[in-house]
Design a protein around this ligand. Structure first.
Ligand code: SF4
Ligand code: SF4
Ligand code: FES
Length: 383
């Protein structure tokens, strides 16, 4: 929120460079520049609306609440996904290039309908529908209501904060490569129901998303959705929680080999202290070492990975010696890593920490203050 000093700053000129595109026109996209006059604490959305009102009524932009609630004004500002109504003009100018022009584009990974309006239905909403975004409760329903513990609701609160703006979808690197990927917003929505004790179909939901080649294990942990989200939903974190429940609690071994690949990564770090690249694929496909239970499927996978491996060697990203022989930590450090594993693995149950909800229920009692005899304290006078 702008403080009072900002509110009283006089209007300034801002230059906006808008990405314009009308697929129906048959013309290629182009850049369009407008100068607007507004107080610096006003939003980029207000700037675009002023350009539309005063300069060119054909600029396409979608908005509704103008208060970061409805999620309809998602765009890219200076290359980053953002809510236009939640970004101050002065902050956007500061983040712009050397000439201070604020660059505004439609969100990515979704087809453009016109200018800054993307087709959310074709991608975002389709994927949200894919995860059955409603409660599938146990039957018969209780006579009055389902009683849910406070802790359970706190656990799903973070995903409930999603305003469906599509910013995470816009920047998801996995969706860029695989448009079929269910994606961060829809998977965060899936956790909303998997984490809800009233839902009866948790295993079925997890099984479905784990077996889908575009599902749970398609995420590459790039953190883009975490950075993009204006509501701190942490979609990647929700995907990791779905994976942990699917793999560690429900023991779902998926046909995409996702669960085994994750297990291979963690056991390699346990055994070597560091990743042993050459053993990763055989271990992911069923074996404990090259000479152990080597799964035939690993051979095909290894051949497929050969061009990537050769390129990595030539670019100096991988040393052949280290890849083949592994690179262990010093004995003392390796023991420390193993100690961490033993401590975590020996716990009777896994603790999930939801770091979204913070703070205390009640304010601590104020310290009693000594009052000079005969004189009233300021609190006493005030009351
Ligand atoms: S962390 Fe996963 S879901 Fe999030 S943007 Fe990256 S690939 Fe997509
Ligand atoms: S998870 Fe965040 S970025 Fe993604 S749609 Fe919901 S609010 Fe927007
Ligand atoms: S207009 Fe509603 S979130 Fe921006």
């Amino acid at each position: 929120m702008a403080d009072m000093a900002d509110v009283h700053r006089p209007p300034e000129s801002f230059r906006l460079r808008l990405r314009r595109y009308d697929p129906e026109s048959g013309d290629a996209p182009y850049w369009d520049e407008h100068t607007i006059e507004l107080e610096p604490h006003r939003s980029v959305l207000e700037g675009i609306l002023q350009a539309r009102d005063r300069n060119d009524g054909s600029i396409g932009i979608r908005c509704s609440c103008r208060q970061a609630i409805c999620g309809s004004c998602g765009i890219r500002i200076n290359g980053e996904p953002a809510l236009a109504c939640h970004t101050h003009l002065d902050a956007a100018r500061e983040a712009a290039g050397a000439d201070g022009t604020i660059e505004i584009e439609p969100m990515g990974n979704m087809p453009v309908i016109k200018d800054l309006i993307v087709d959310m239905d074709a991608v975002h909403w389709k994927k949200v529908r894919r995860v059955t975004p409603w409660l599938l409760p146990s039957e018969p329903a209780p006579e009055r209501e389902y009683i849910v513990s406070k802790e359970s609701m706190v656990d799903v609160t973070q995903t409930m904060a999603c305003i469906q703006c599509g910013a995470c979808v816009s920047d998801c690197l996995a969706m860029e490569v695989d448009p079929g990927f269910v994606g961060p917003a829809a998977l965060a929505k899936a956790y909303r129901f998997v984490g809800d004790p009233r839902d009866e179909q948790q295993r079925e939901r997890l099984l479905d998303l784990a077996q889908d080649p575009h599902g749970l294990y398609d995420c590459t942990h790039c953190f883009k959705c975490v950075e993009a989200c204006p509501k701190d939903v942490n979609p990647m974190g929700q995907i990791m929680r779905l994976r942990r429940i699917a793999g560690s609690d429900q023991h779902i071994v998926d046909r995409n080999n996702g669960e085994r690949h994750e297990a291979a990564l963690t056991t390699l770090v346990r055994d070597y202290g560091l990743l042993h690249e050459a053993e990763l694929v055989p271990r992911s496909y069923g074996g404990n070492s090259w000479f152990g239970k080597f799964h035939p499927a690993a051979g095909k996978e290894l051949l497929g990975l050969l061009p990537t491996a050769v390129s990595a060697v030539f670019k100096g990203k991988v040393s052949v010696k280290q890849a083949l022989l592994g690179h262990k930590l010093a004995k003392r450090d390796l023991e420390a890593v193993k100690g961490i594993y033993e401590k975590v693995e020996s716990r009777p149950e896994r603790y999930e920490l939801n770091l979204y909800v913070s703070g205390v229920d009640e304010e601590p009692e104020p310290e009693p203050r000594a009052v000079a005899s005969g004189a009233a304290s300021s609190e006493e006078v005030a009351s």
